[in-house]
Design a protein around this ligand. Sequence first.
Ligand SMILES: [Zn+2]
Length: 295
Amino acid sequence: MKVRMILTIVLVLAAVAAPAGCRSAGGDGDRLDVVASVYPLAEAAERVGGDLVRVRNLTPPGAEPHDLELAPDDVAAIVGADLVLVVGGGFQPAVEDALAQTEGDTLEALSLVPTLSADGRVDPHVWLDPMRFAAVVEAVGRALAELDPAHAEVYRANASAYRAELEALDRAFRRGLSSCRSRLLVVSHAAFGYLADAYGLEQVSIAGVSPESEPSPAHLAELRSLVEREGVTTIFTEELISPAVAETLAAETGARTAILSPLEGLTPEEVAAGEGYGSIMRRNLRRLEVALGCA
Ligand SMILES: [Zn+2]
């Protein structure tokens, strides 16, 4: 028992001293350590890096990434990473603060694409436009190639294969949403600004750009009359935040609810089913086509 405890302590200390295995640490040490602060960035690193990288997503399955709090081993992983991928723009202040301590490279998604503003600050949800996300994917490829020039061709090839999938997804959205009865999207929190921008939709949200902001009674009254006036069929909810207000709004107006994933994180069930960005975005598209009455 005592031996096991000492062994555990030694292992914990080793993990802190050499977070997630530096390249020089032997064993799996040839792989690049990539830390991503939110699911889509982790998927980008996994798809582009393949077996050459080890990816740690700071947002665990089932958790919501806004204002993510870090455990000490998260900070250690950031410090020791070869590459840290973050959203930026104050989306996760604790993560952005910890970047000052990392010895690795950092990539901020919001610095790579044209941004939109929401609630008077930059809208962080860039990954919900597949083509903006493709630009982030290509930047991840360039960053990995720079860190590991021996495999530069692999990273470039993986990034362009993934980009081709995102381009196909973009075409599916353009086709699917080209002719719809309504272009008004009523959602839980304002995560879909980039998607709305890319496909000519108008987003109206119950909460603001942060899911925890509480809607005022006046805002809810406005939403109720908008939903009734425009004949909105569906109030979109999310799996990682409470649907209570959306359900009330739906019940009061005769609309129904459906889940539209902002892809801020996967649920444990989605992870188990092998879902990812592409499959969940296609599910989002099917639900949008139904809700908006697209031909
Ligand atoms: Zn969000």
